[in-house]
Design a protein around this ligand. Sequence first.
Ligand SMILES: CCCCCCCCCCCCCCCCCCCCCC(=O)SCCNC(=O)CCNC(=O)[C@H](O)C(C)(C)COP(=O)(O)OP(=O)(O)OC[C@H]1O[C@@H](n2cnc3c(N)ncnc32)[C@H](O)[C@@H]1OP(=O)(O)O
Ligand SMILES: Cc1cc2nc3c(=O)[nH]c(=O)nc-3n(C[C@H](O)[C@H](O)[C@H](O)COP(=O)(O)OP(=O)(O)OC[C@H]3O[C@@H](n4cnc5c(N)ncnc54)[C@H](O)[C@@H]3O)c2cc1C
Length: 633
Amino acid sequence: MKCYPVPRENLVLSIDNLKDDIPEEYLSHKECYENVIRKGSVLYDIFSELSKDRKHKAHQAPSNAYRISDGIMQNVNPFLLHFALFVPAITNQATPEQQAEFLKHGFGIIGTYAQTELGHGTFLRGLETTATLDLETDEFVLNSPTLTSYKWWPGGLGHTANHCVVMAQLYVKGKCHGPHLFFVQIRDIETHEPLPGLKLGEIGAKMGFNTADNGFLGFHNFRIPRNNMLMKNSQVLKDGTYVESKNEKLTYGSMVFVRVYLLSDMAYMLARAATISVRYSAVRHQSHIKPDEPEVQILDFVIQQHKLFISIATSHAFKICGLWLWQTYSKVMEDIGKGSMDRLPELHALSCCLKTTSTRDAGWLIEQCRLACGGHGYLMSSNLPSLYTTATAAITYEGESTVLLLQTARYLIKSWKRAMEGESLPATVSFLSEYFNKRYNKWENTPKGIVDGLKLVVAGVTKMCAESIQKHVSRGQQYEEAWNSSSVQLIKASEAYSRALLCEVFWFEVDKVSSTLSNNLAVVLKQLAELYITYWALEKRGDLLVYTTISKDDLDKLQERYEELLALIRPNAVGLVDSFDIRDEILCSTLGAYDGRVYERMMEHALKSPLNAETVNQSFHKYMKPVILKHKI
Ligand SMILES: CCCCCCCCCCCCCCCCCCCCCC(=O)SCCNC(=O)CCNC(=O)[C@H](O)C(C)(C)COP(=O)(O)OP(=O)(O)OC[C@H]1O[C@@H](n2cnc3c(N)ncnc32)[C@H](O)[C@@H]1OP(=O)(O)O
Ligand SMILES: Cc1cc2nc3c(=O)[nH]c(=O)nc-3n(C[C@H](O)[C@H](O)[C@H](O)COP(=O)(O)OP(=O)(O)OC[C@H]3O[C@@H](n4cnc5c(N)ncnc54)[C@H](O)[C@@H]3O)c2cc1C
C-alpha cells in the first residue's frame, strides 16, 4: 500500500500481509477471523505509527484514516471498537491522571466497550453486572450474578481485546449508585489467556459484522483497583465517600459521541453504494426506450434515476448535517467543560433522532442501490450485500432506533409544554412556539417553503401527541402508561422532526456556501438539495395535506419539478459519484470500478471461486454419481 507514509522498516509485520489469496467470502467463520486479524494487525501497526505524534484529545473528530480499513477487509475490523469507543470513553470519562495511566501503553493494549448484557441492552439502569467497593483492600469486586448479567455483544471482546471499559452498577457501603464505567484488563498481555475470574468467548455467527468478534464476558469475584473507576464526572474516595456527578447522564457520553459521528459514517457508506450503482447503471445497457433505437444505459430510465439520485443527495445531506451536528457536539462539550449543562438535553435529542434516521435511511437506500443493480447486485463481489449488512447493524447498535426516537419525543413533548407556558426555546425547536402562537405562513412551493411546511408537521404531530397523552391520563392512566399508549404517534413526531432538521440544515448550509463556490458547482449542489427536499415533500404528502395549506395543485407542481430535477442531474450523475472520490481499492466492487470494466471483473472474480479450481468436484463421485447411475435407464 503506497498511500501510507509509514516507512516499511517501522512496521512489525509486512505490508504484503494485507493481500488476500482467496476472497473473504469463501472463508469459514474461523478462517475469516484469523484473516482479518492478520490484516488488522498490520493496519493497527500503521495507525499507531501515524498516531505517535497525535495526542488523544477528548471530543476530537475521528480521523478519516480508518477508511483504509474498508479497502483491506470487506467485513468489519475487529480493532474498530478500540478506536471508536474504548479510547473515546477513557478520554471523555477519565480524569487527566487516569488517562495518562490507562493510555500510557498507547497501542500496546487493545480495548473494547463492554456495556450490553444478555438480558439488557437498551435499559441501562437495568444492567446487572456489579462493581462493589471493598474498603479493606481499596478495590472494586466485579461480579456477574446471573446468566443474563453476562456482557454480550461488545465488538472485539471475544478474542481480540485484552482490556475493556465495563459498565457496571456501582455499590458502595451497600448502596447502589447506578451504572458507572470501569477500566478492566481481561487478558494477559503476553499469553493473551483470559485472566482468572473471567469467562470469555465469542457470541457466534451473525447476519453481518462477522469479523467484529463480538463477545461475551462474565465476572466471578474479579478485583480491580478502586482507581479503575473512570472518575472524571463522579468519584469514589478511599473512605467510600461517593461524589455525585453534576449530571448522571454524562456517564452515557461515549454513546453520544458515536451517535453524532454515525451521521458522517452513514454519508460515506451511502456514497460507496451510490458510486457502485450509478457507475454500473451507466455501463449496463438493457431494453429500449424508443423501439427503433439501440438498447439504452439503464441510467436513462427515469425510474432508475428516481431510485438512485436520492442516494447521492442523501449522502450529501448526511455529510453536511453530520458536520453541523459535530459542531453542535463540540460546542456543547466545551460548555460542559466550563460547567454548563444547559444544552445537553438538546444535544441528546438531536443525536438520538439523527442517528436513527441516518442509519435507517442508509440501510434502505443501500438496499435500493443493490436492487437497482438487478441480479448482479446480489453477488458478494458487488460489495452491496456487505455494505447493507454493515450499515443496517447501526440501526440497532449504539441505541436501538425506536428507543432513541422515543428519547427525542420526550424532548419534543417537554419543549411543547414549555412553548405553551410561554418559555423561550432553543433555535432547533423554536418553531414549536411559533406554531403554538399561530405564527405560520401559507404554503409556499419552494425549498424554504417545504422546510417550513415540514416543521409545521412536526409541531402539529407533537401537539397531537401531547393531547393524546393528556387524554389517556384523564381516562385514568398514569403518565408513563399514557406515554406507552401514545408511542406510535410519538415515534411519528420524532421521525418528522429529524426529516425537517435534515432538510433545513441541508438547504440552509448549501445556500450559505453556494456564493463561495463556482457557479456550476453551486447550481448542481442546489439541485441535489432541492431534489432531497422535494423527494421528502412528496413522500410526506399526506402529512403536509393534514398539517399545512398545501393543495393538490401544489403537489402536482412539486411532482413536475422533481422529474425536472432528475433530468437536470442525469448528465452529471457519474461525475457526481466520481466526485465522492472513493478509490477502487476502497470500493471493492466488481460493478463499480472507475474504468467501467464490469463484465471482465465479474468473470475474473468468478474464476477465483474455490469451486472453479477443479473441473469436477469430488462430491460428484461420492454422492451424485450413484444416484444418477441408479436412475439411468
Ligand atoms: C484499525 C481500525 C481503525 C480505526 C480508526 C479510528 C477511527 C474511529 C472513529 C469512530 C468510528 C465510528 C464508527 C462506528 C463504529 C461503531 C461500531 C459498533 C459500536 C456499537 C457499540 C454499542 O452498541 S455500545 C452500547 C450502546 N447502547 C446503547 O446505546 C443503550 C441505549 N440506551 C440508553 O442510552 C439509555 O438507557 C436510554 C434509552 C437513553 C435511557 O436512559 P435512562 O433510563 O437512564 O434515562 P431516562 O429514559 O429515564 O431519561 C432520563 C433523562 O435522561 C436524559 N438522557 C438519557 N440519556 C442521555 C444522554 N446520553 N445524554 C443526555 N441526557 C440523557 C433523558 O433525555 C431524560 O431527560 P428528561 O428527564 O429531562 O426528559
Ligand atoms: C452489530 C452490533 C454490535 C454491537 N456492539 C456492541 C458493543 O461494542 N458494545 C456493547 O456494549 N453493545 C454492543 N451492541 C449491543 C447494542 O448496543 C444493543 O443490541 C442495542 O443497544 C439494543 O439493545 P437490545 O439488544 O437490548 O434491544 P431491546 O431493547 O431488547 O430491543 C428489542 C425490541 O424492544 C423494543 N424496546 C425496548 N425498550 C423499549 C422501550 N422502552 N419502548 C419501546 N420499545 C422498546 C425495541 O424497540 C426493539 O423493538 C452491538 C449490537 C450489534 C447488533
